[in-house]
Design a protein around this ligand. Structure first.
Ligand code: COA
Length: 142
């Protein structure tokens, strides 16, 4: 299917939150998404399919660096390369030299996505998730 990437704004909050509720854990509150979307350094993109928003990526862009804050695909739309397309699109933005993210090492689809797009494990953030589970810190360099 053709992948038409579009910039997301506060107007997409409900659609973003609906995907987040379905697949993300821990889940931010809707207010936290609203706040994030209103920040000048936050940039979000998404892809639509026939059912509406299929996948979104939330990032912080500062100079030459991207912080991947969240990426999620509607359950029934997973495995169709939407997330990979969105992530690669962000990494190919002009001027971007490096990117960082945290991931739960037991989250197989996410780890595969990141390793497959060239991220490498940089270290471990202890008790990163809800003060309990460790995260991998991953880094991508152009
Ligand atoms: C991680 C996630 C965003 C990937 O979205 P997607 O649109 O399905 O991603 P893609 O189709 O581009 O596939 C990415 C990789 O995940 C793998 N994958 C997809 N679904 C999978 C599944 N159910 N089990 C195992 N691997 C899976 C794909 O095979 C691919 O790896 P490969 O290239 O080595 O084959 C999606 O699984 C999701 O929304 N998960 C819940 C939210 C989440 O965990 N976000 C990341 C937080 S750090």
């Amino acid at each position: 299917m053709e992948c038409k990437i579009r910039k997301l704004t506060g107007e997409d909050l409900e659609k973003i939150y609906s995907i987040a509720q379905e697949v993300l854990k821990p889940l931010w509150s809707k207010k936290e998404y609203e706040y994030f979307l209103s920040q000048p350094s936050s940039f979000c993109w998404g892809v639509d399919d026939s059912e509406g928003l299929a996948c979104f990526i939330l990032t912080l862009l500062t100079g030459t660096e991207v912080d991947v804050v969240s990426i999620a695909t509607r359950k029934d739309a997973q495995g169709k390369r939407w997330a990979r397309n969105l992530l690669q699109n962000v990494l190919s933005l002009p001027g971007i030299e490096q990117a960082f993210l945290e991931v739960d090492p037991t989250n197989e689809p996410a780890v595969r996505l990141y390793l497959g797009t060239g991220f490498q494990v940089q270290g471990i953030r202890k008790k990163y998730y809800e003060g309990k589970k460790d995260a991998w810190l991953m880094k991508w360099i152009r």
